[in-house]
Design a protein around this ligand. Structure first.
Ligand code: PFF
Length: 458
């Protein structure tokens, strides 16, 4: 995405697909189900949905608005509209992007090994993995680094080529394919006996089960899953045509992302409650839930599962890839814009720096004692969990808080009206502006302060 030759998305579908490609990823398929499980579902899901509606959607519109009005990547965009001080918001975003990318690559690598494993089962027949198999996989350092490296190279190659053409076309086919398989998964699981227990776990809230960290995680997950708070949507919005509706585009992305997350959760919980012994196998390593539960379904319950198993993990890898390239784009485009570096050089430098972080994260799953056990945040031992908690629950919400203040107060009403293509305020605009000015920043701030001061909500 150099600015000498700025493209724009061909249509709203172009933006929606690319932005949904960034949003739908491991956050939906891997992270949402496992942290929902760890937080006992129900109340966690309610807080998550509230955060999506009252913070996520308005913030996504704000980010797109900044990108589209400046046609610039995040750091120069904030600098242009707000001066040097506000460009700090862009820098915080770049830092968050680099942190997320470093550990995201590790999890993305697991989709490759699951794909190979499924191929083996398809051709040689399914055999139940022994207890502890996933933990053994996690603590195999060289394997973790190797898988991470493959995924890192794949991402770097696409970022280096620029995200036009190929990836946009591929997204058009692969995103709907992922959705169709997911629907089939859910329909299959809905015939299983654990269905009611799963639906109750996910949709019946019990607020006495949700502690302060749960509130923080639910809100952080909304930021993470929607790719908000670090300027990714500023970057993608900068390619959006002036005629498109920011509200409708943002709404599409938010709805798609949320539906995918909930579908995944329903499928995985139902499998866990239906297959005897699976709950034990998962609970030792909830972080591996996506990779432990689904093969069980493909190879024991689902007609055609032996074909869909490998295909599904290709799609998981693809969903991860459309997210990692958007992260790579945030860091790489900064070096291109600010330093005037060539795309090759910028990609090489960002990839190498991030890969150092990835190695540490890859070794923190059991391979190295110190990296796996040191604890900064309670209950989040090791580099990978620490980086995840830091980025999703602290850095992104802080970025989002600043962006809403920036759009609501610094850019202000007149600027937003014009950019949203309105001649005078209508009720929807007024509601949006008040959310961006007061509700969203206040909610984020109150939660961050309370968690920081150690107040418990439960
Ligand atoms: N939204 C992505 C997911 O749910 O997997 C993760 C992500 C991608 C976060 C890009 C932030 C970002 F800029």
């Amino acid at each position: 995405m150099t600015h000498s030759a700025r493209d724009s998305w061909g249509s709203r579908a172009g933006f929606v697909l690319a932005a949904a490609g960034s949003a739908v990823g491991l956050g939906n398929l891997w992270k949402f189900p496992y942290i929902t499980w760890n937080n006992d579902g129900g109340a966690f899901v309610v807080v998550y949905l509230l955060a999506v509606v009252f913070i996520g959607l308005p913030l996504m519109m704000s980010e797109i608005l900044v990108g589209r009005s400046t046609q610039l990547s995040p750091v120069p965009a904030f600098a242009k509209l707000g001066g040097r001080l506000w460009s700090g918001v862009g820098w915080l975003g770049v830092a968050s992007g680099a942190v997320i990318q470093s550990y995201y690559m590790v999890i993305a690598g697991w989709s490759l090994s699951s794909f190979v494993q499924c191929l083996g089962w398809t051709f040689k027949g399914y055999s139940l993995p022994p207890d502890g198999a996933f933990d053994a996989f996690l603590s195999n350092g060289p394997l973790q680094i190797g898988l991470t490296l493959i995924f890192t190279l794949l991402t770097a190659f696409i970022v280096y080529r620029g995200i036009g053409g190929g990836i946009e076309n591929a997204t058009k086919v692969l995103m709907p394919a992922l959705l169709i398989i997911l629907l089939y998964l859910v329909f299959t699981t809905l015939t299983m006996e654990g269905r009611n227990q799963a639906l109750a776990e996910i949709f019946i809230p019990d607020f006495s089960e949700l502690g302060k960290e749960g509130f923080l995680e639910a809100m952080g997950q909304a930021f993470f899953s929607l790719s908000l708070g670090l300027g990714a949507m500023v970057a993608y919005g900068s390619y959006m045509g002036k005629k498109e509706s920011i509200f409708k585009s943002a709404l599409w992305v938010v709805v798609l992302d949320t539906v995918v997350a909930l579908l995944c959760c329903i499928a995985m919980f139902t499998i866990i409650f239906s297959v005897p012994g699976l709950e034990n196998r998962v609970s030792g390593s909830t972080i591996g839930m996506l990779f432990i539960t689904l093969p069980e379904l493909f190879y024991t319950e689902m007609p055609g599962g032996f074909l869909l198993g490998p295909l599904f993990f290709v799609l998981v890898a693809f969903a991860a890839l459309t997210s990692t390239i958007s992260l790579g784009e945030v860091t790489t485009s900064l070096l291109i814009d600010r330093k005037g570096w060539s795309r090759v050089r910028a990609t090489l430098v960002t990839t190498s720096v991030v890969f150092v972080g990835s190695i540490l994260a890859a070794l923190s799953l059991g391979a190295n004692g110190l990296l796996s056990s040191f604890t900064v945040f309670e209950g989040k031992a090791g580099v990978l969990s620490t980086l995840d908690h830091l980025a999703a629950n602290w850095m992104l919400p802080t970025g989002g808080f600043l962006i809403t203040l920036f759009v609501g107060w610094k850019l202000g009403r007149k600027f937003c009206l014009e950019e949203l293509g309105l001649e005078k305020p209508n009720p929807a605009f007024t509601v949006w502006l008040w959310i961006v000015r007061i509700v969203a920043p206040a909610a984020v701030l109150i939660l961050l302060i309370n968690v920081f001061m150690g107040k418990d909500f439960s």
